[in-house]
Design a binder for this molecule. Structure first.
Ligand SMILES: Cc1ncc(COP(=O)(O)O)c(C=O)c1O
Length: 446
């Protein structure tokens, strides 16, 4: 008979060995653990009782701030009432209610919502819908999926195949076939310290024409881009760039997918980046802020015409062979509905617009700190790019991250760029605190 006491080692308290941490320098962490034990509004509390100002909304997801009572209560209530309901051939009211509510805030025409459990699943879902859409319309020759260098689309095989971050791809074999990439838009030489969207680089969209010519446009199903590349260092689209991509897609019958996992739910000061830039994609990928990070969830928004293309054939037949055990999970839906209430009651989907100038001033105010080679800001996202230490890339930013944590602020680094994306409830004095403390760290030569 199985007996944990005899067949397993006793679990020592505070043993850090078993947990293989994601996207983490495990050995460094385990010699210098950084443990968060609770959170409230704009702050985390560490295991040694310190308050840490959250400059990153967790991982770009806690847009309304932490442990908001309305969301907590909704989750508690839902678990006690309906803990789980199958999502295949069955439904529960909150999944329909959430989809309908989401459609009301989505950009015009993106009225159909497919639920997933993460950004990565949302990306793979969007790519699969794009391929299947062409197939049901008898354009199955459109099998290619195009992404962009320095794009981050999660960690599924679809997402890393269209993604353009080398470290996320190089260990994992051949990836999906039939993918290609357009060039990235980062151009510090011409655009360093731009206020808002960079002036130079609309022509980077022409690189899509090169890919179209190389493969024949009629073989391409979709182009996926982040409207603002987040994880690769907060790269803003140059003026005119996204419009050009959109018109090339339209001209060639290619679906445009916006990955709004970071930019969705108010991050830029509008509900979605599509609203902010005035460009509606055919498919929009979301996650993170949809439940304020409380329960894992993602949603893929598609245009009516895409959904309608699948609604044919005998009515008893499944139209799309895709879905997850936890698609539209009742607890996630309850969290999502309460989150939307909080966003709407507090005007959080547009609050970033009110703070954007103050925020941009604060971020650009760090431009004269040592080793800073660029500062960028849009909505409530900011980036400070540092010159790498020769031969030791990422180390300078990582040192700043460690120092920041000691100083009571949570920042995030990607490569040698510091990325900031606080909860949308941040006050101006908290912006000052965040940026002042970071300035002290950078001036100390982190
Ligand atoms: C743009 C983008 N897409 C997809 C993802 C993947 O989301 P997840 O980590 O929930 O799978 C992320 C995560 O940061 C992201 O920023």
């Amino acid at each position: 008979m199985f007996s944990p006491a005899t067949t397993k080692k006793a679990v020592a308290p505070n043993n850090l060995e078993a947990y293989w941490m994601p996207f983490t320098a495990n050995r460094e962490f385990k010699t210098n653990p950084r443990m968060l034990v609770s959170a409230k509004d704009m702050h985390y509390i560490t295991d040694d009782g310190r308050r840490v100002l959250d400059g990153t909304a967790g991982l770009w997801c806690v847009n309304a701030g932490h442990t908001r009572p309305k969301i907590v209560e909704a989750v508690q209530h839902q678990i006690a009432e309906l803990d789980y309901a199958p999502s295949f051939q069955m439904g529960h009211p909150k999944a329909f209610e959430l989809a309908a509510r989401l459609a009301t805030i989505a950009p015009q025409g993106l009225n159909r919502v497919f639920f997933t459990n993460s950004g990565s699943e949302s990306v793979d879902t969007a790519l699969k819908i794009a391929l299947a859409y062409h197939r049901v319309r008898e354009e199955g020759q459109r099998f290619r999926l195009i992404g962009r260098e320095r794009g981050y689309h999660g960690v599924g095989f679809g997402g890393i195949s269209v993604g353009g971050i080398v470290s996320n791809r190089k260990m994992f074999g051949t990836l999906l076939t039939g993918t290609d990439h357009i060039r990235h838009t980062h151009d510090i030489a011409r655009n360093a310290f731009s206020r808002g969207q960079p002036e130079h680089g609309e022509e980077f969209a022409d690189d899509f024409e090169r890919v179209l010519a190389l493969h024949d446009p009629s073989t391409i199903a979709a182009l996926i881009v982040e409207p603002v590349a987040g994880s690769a260092g907060v790269l803003l689209p140059p003026k005119g760039y996204l419009d050009k991509l959109k018109s090339l897609c339209d001209k060639n019958g290619i679906l445009l997918i916006f990955d709004e996992v970071i930019t969705g739910f108010g991050r830029l000061g509008a509900p979605f980046a599509a609203d902010y830039f005035g460009i509606t994609p055919d498919i929009m990928v979301t996650a993170k802020g949809i439940t304020n990070g409380v329960i894992p969830m993602g949603a893929v928004f598609v245009k009516d015409a895409i959904y309608d293309a699948f609604m044919q054939g005998p009515k008893h037949q499944i139209e799309l062979f895709h879905g997850y055990t936890y698609s539209g999970h009742p607890v996630a839906c309850a969290a999502g509905l309460a989150t939307l209430d909080v966003y709407q009651e507090e005007g959080l989907l547009s609050r970033g617009a009110e703070l954007a100038n103050y925020w941009a001033d604060a971020i650009h105010g760090l431009k004269d700190c040592p080793h800073v080679i660029d500062t960028r800001a849009v909505g409530l996202i900011g980036a400070i790019e540092l010159e790498p230490i020769p031969g030791e890339p990422t180390k300078r930013a990582f040192s700043a991250f460690l120092a920041a944590y000691e100083a009571g602020i949570l920042i995030r680094t990607t490569g040698d760029t510091i990325a900031l994306s606080p909860p949308l409830v941040i006050s101006t004095s908290q912006i000052d605190e965040l940026v002042d403390k970071l300035g002290i760290i950078l001036r100390a030569g982190a």
